[in-house]
Design a protein around this ligand. Structure first.
Ligand SMILES: *[C@@H]1O[C@H](CO)[C@@H](O)[C@H](O)[C@H]1NC(C)=O
Ligand SMILES: *[C@@H]1O[C@H](CO)[C@@H](O)[C@H](O)[C@H]1NC(C)=O
Ligand SMILES: *[C@@H]1O[C@H](CO)[C@@H](O)[C@H](O)[C@H]1NC(C)=O
Ligand SMILES: *[C@@H]1O[C@H](CO)[C@@H](O)[C@H](O)[C@H]1NC(C)=O
Ligand SMILES: *[C@@H]1O[C@H](CO)[C@@H](O)[C@H](O)[C@H]1NC(C)=O
Ligand SMILES: *[C@@H]1O[C@H](CO)[C@@H](O)[C@H](O)[C@H]1NC(C)=O
Ligand SMILES: *[C@@H]1O[C@H](CO)[C@@H](O)[C@H](O)[C@H]1NC(C)=O
Length: 612
């Protein structure tokens, strides 16, 4: 590109490109386009490569078929906007997902058999992304599995590139309860820590936060500890020692922020400008009480109000002393999604304004939906704006599609937002056409104003990008560009309003005097961005390039402890006996899932809070 003299002068005046505060955003029109179908209902969704997205559903009568049965997983091609079926062998419903340091995605847990597939409660499924449509889900519970049953648990990638699998329950229910909770965490690959050779480790916070603590919020902090929040409580917690480091102030105004009345949450951008100071944003939830009788069938209503509260806290001594900053978003919401944009702003979309998660449970059901009043217009949150000026819906398109229970959204590598899912129905076969909120297969693509600008572009990103390493990207910047920066993003894994692992990390970068090379420095530490897949955007005055994929770190597989791995395989998963005892209706085949294992199941009792 031939630079004009004015352009050159402007560029050379920018000494250190990343020092510019990215508070200027590209102006223009938002657009919302409906195109493509997900084939299965998109209740779990993750971008897995520059051109593909993995979608997992629950086993139901989807239109997409595979190997003579209904499909419940698909891979979406972002270019052609078409899907091909994937072939997990167990029910993925209500599982969790994260990527390992070597780029393989792990889907964990799920549901018993419904109309096809196997029991997925202890499943570990591998999916190594490919660009040529040859890859599929790899699953065999005789070869690898979890040490306990998990449904509605959370998953997160750790600083060593392995995963932590946390909480949930061993039986499916509308809400967690003392008699079904799994108040423990474990790892994949399994670890031998605290004398737990692969076996689950008890966390008191998971008992303390019953009942509404499905899909606990887990955010890794730059010091390696975790922000953990569930129900109305939040702590700082050290997974290595299993110690609660600090008790944070309770969620203000008695609001519950996790499933089945979930808020959405994200870590705000960690940047060199804010010295990688962690700040957490949580929006929505509900003040509905979570004690058991109130969750008896038909006790609550689809018309129950939800919360419009947004709360934010900086996790520094000062920030914690100040406590939660309370803000109000334009509409109340549960089951919404938060999508961090490459320019550092946060989009809040999807969800319902009244009711609870799930179907067939509340009174005043809408079809079978336990929620009503879909939130159809996204909200944009600018974390750098002054209080009172952070939310806007101006120019944001209103959708005609309700995206409530089992809906998802994700940033794509091209920086648009993919919106999918919603099935507040027991099965698509039940009255899809007569229900006001049918199972939804239509995809929508939301384009922020930056999409209509001339985009910067770059080449030269290596397959792996190590901590503090310097790489030189060949950049092509739009004419007149003033400020250039680079950000590293984890798009995360979306399900049930929870966006596991999502984060944006600003990278130190420096533009060459002629404006054609951007030297970018890798993230400072594995606590700031865990080793594994990341997408790098170069921004020119708030307009992002395409986000190319790399593996942060070396791309090596996570630590593998053969003893701990074998130990998990040597016994039945914890709670398997409880599950089979409680489900006499389960088929003989399903009950035989772990029958070849001779060692007795690890001792467990329903609702046990000891023994870990
Ligand atoms: C699962 O692994 C076991 C042990 O290696 C093997 O015997 C079995 O055939 C495998 N199952 C499938 C469906 O591949
Ligand atoms: C747990 O308790 C609830 C509420 O009393 C009950 O409906 C459910 O059947 C129990 N589940 C198990 C597995 O004991
Ligand atoms: C908070 O909500 C619970 C029900 O979830 C209720 O029992 C309690 O009284 C409420 N506390 C306050 C201070 O309103
Ligand atoms: C569909 O709705 C009709 C009318 O509400 C009802 O009679 C029928 O049982 C429903 N069908 C199914 C499969 O639920
Ligand atoms: C990315 O978005 C731009 C619009 O900003 C569009 O022209 C281009 O085709 C998109 N590229 C891909 C690979 O989707
Ligand atoms: C570039 O950054 C400076 C400093 O933050 C800001 O004042 C200016 O408006 C930015 N320019 C553009 C075009 O974004
Ligand atoms: C990544 O690591 C996991 C766990 O060790 C392993 O099972 C998987 O095969 C690895 N993936 C690749 C692509 O090597």
């Amino acid at each position: 590109m031939q630079l004009s003299p004015v352009f050159r002068a402007l560029l050379t005046s920018v000494v250190c490109a990343s020092a510019a505060v990215a508070a200027q955003y590209a102006t223009g029109q938002w657009s919302l386009v409906q195109e493509g179908h997900s084939g299965v209902s998109a209740l779990e969704l993750a971008v897995v490569s520059e051109t593909t997205v993995m979608i997992f559903d629950k086993v139901e009568h989807n239109p997409l078929q595979t190997n003579g049965h209904v499909a419940w997983a698909s891979e979406l091609d972002l270019i052609s906007r078409t899907v091909r079926p994937l072939n997990p062998t167990s029910n993925t419903w209500c599982g969790a997902g994260s990527f390992l340091s070597n780029g393989t995605m792990i889907s964990s847990g799920g549901n018993p058999i419904v109309i096809a597939g196997g029991n997925g409660l202890a499943a570990i499924r591998l999916f190594t992304p490919c660009e040529d449509k040859s890859c599929d889900v790899e699953e065999n519970q005789s070869v690898r599995r979890m040490a306990s049953l998990r449904w509605y648990h959370s998953s997160v990638r750790l600083e060593d590139g392995s995963l932590m699998l946390f909480g949930g329950s061993w039986d499916n229910a509308i809400i967690n309860m003392p008699n079904i909770t799994n108040p423990t965490y474990e790892f994949f690959p399994p670890k031998n820590i605290h004398g737990h050779n692969g076996t689950p480790i008890y966390v008191p916070f998971l008992d303390e936060t019953l009942n509404a603590n499905y899909f606990p919020l887990l955010i890794q902090l730059p010091d390696g500890n975790f922000f953990v929040a569930a129900n109305k409580k939040a702590i700082i917690w050290d997974w290595k020692t299993n110690q609660e480091i600090l008790r944070l102030p309770d969620i203000p105004n008695n609001i519950t922020i996790t499933n089945p009345i979930p808020a959405s949450a994200t870590l705000l951008p960690l940047t060199p400008e804010n010295n990688y100071t962690p700040e957490v944003l949580i929006c929505g939830g509900s003040a509905y009480p979570d004690d058991i009788p109130s969750w008896d069938r038909f006790a609550m209503s689809s018309q129950e109000p939800t919360s419009d509260q947004c709360i934010r806290i900086a996790l520094t001594d000062e920030g914690i002393a100040q406590g939660w900053e309370v803000e109000t978003m334009p509409q109340p919401r549960i089951m919404s999604e938060m999508v961090v944009l490459p320019d550092g702003r946060v989009l809040i979309l999807n969800g319902a304004q009244t009711g609870i998660s799930g179907y067939t449970w509340a009174s005043e059901q809408i079809g079978e939906s336990d929620a009503d009043h879909p939130a159809l217009t996204p909200v944009l949150y600018d974390p750098l704006a002054a209080p009172g000026e952070r939310f806007t819906q101006e120019g944001l398109p209103t959708s005609e599609i309700a995206r409530m229970y089992h809906s998802t959204a994700s940033l794509t590598p091209n920086a648009s937002v993919l919106i999918a899912g919603s099935n507040p129905n027991d099965d698509i076969q039940t009255n899809t056409t007569t229900h006001p909120f049918p199972t939804e297969y239509r995809l929508e693509w939301l384009s922020p104003p930056y999409m209509e600008h001339t985009r910067p572009s770059y080449t030269g990103l290596p397959d792996t990008f190590d901590y503090n390493a310097e790489i030189a990207l060949d950049v092509t910047l739009p004419e007149g560009t003033q400020n250039v920066s680079a950000v590293l993003m984890d798009f995360g894994f979306a399900t049930h309003g929870v966006h596991m692992d999502q984060r944006l990390v600003g990278l130190v970068s420096e533009l060459s005097a002629d404006g054609t090379q951007l030297t970018v420095t890798g993230p400072p530490t594995p606590q700031i961005f865990s080793p594994g897949p990341g997408y790098i955007f170069v921004l020119a005055d708030g307009v992002p390039s395409f986000g190319h994929k790399t593996l942060i770190g070396t791309g090596a597989q996570p630590p593998f402890d053969q003893d701990a791995f074998d130990s998990v395989l040597s016994r039945q998963p914890v709670y398997w006996d409880d599950w089979t005892n409680f489900h006499p209706e389960a088929s003989e085949e399903e009950r035989q899932l772990f029958s070849t294992i001779s060692a007795p199941a690890a001792t467990s009792t329903s609702g046990s809070t000891t023994g870990y």
